[in-house]
Design a protein around this ligand. Structure first.
Ligand SMILES: [Zn+2]
Length: 59
C-alpha cells in the first residue's frame, strides 16, 4: 500500500529531459470526444500526458 503525501517543495522532473518542472505548458484539444488537454514540458516541449476528461457530465 502506497501512501499519498503532498510535497509542494519538490519540483517534479521531466521524464524526457530531466529538468525540474516549475511550469507545465498545456494546450486545449477540441474534437468529437469533447475537450481534452495535452500537457508538455516547458523546456523540451515533449508531451508528458493528456487528460482523459470527456466532459463535465462524465467526470
Ligand atoms: Zn522536458
Amino acid at each position: 500500500m502506497l501512501e499519498l503525501e503532498a510535497s509542494p517543495e519538490i519540483d517534479p522532473i521531466c521524464a524526457h529531459c530531466s529538468t525540474p518542472l516549475r511550469k507545465l505548458l498545456y494546450q486545449e484539444l477540441r474534437g468529437m470526444l469533447g475537450r481534452r488537454f495535452i500537457y508538455y514540458c516547458s523546456h523540451c516541449h515533449k508531451v508528458l500526458g493528456v487528460s482523459h476528461r470527456k466532459g463535465f457530465w462524465m467526470g
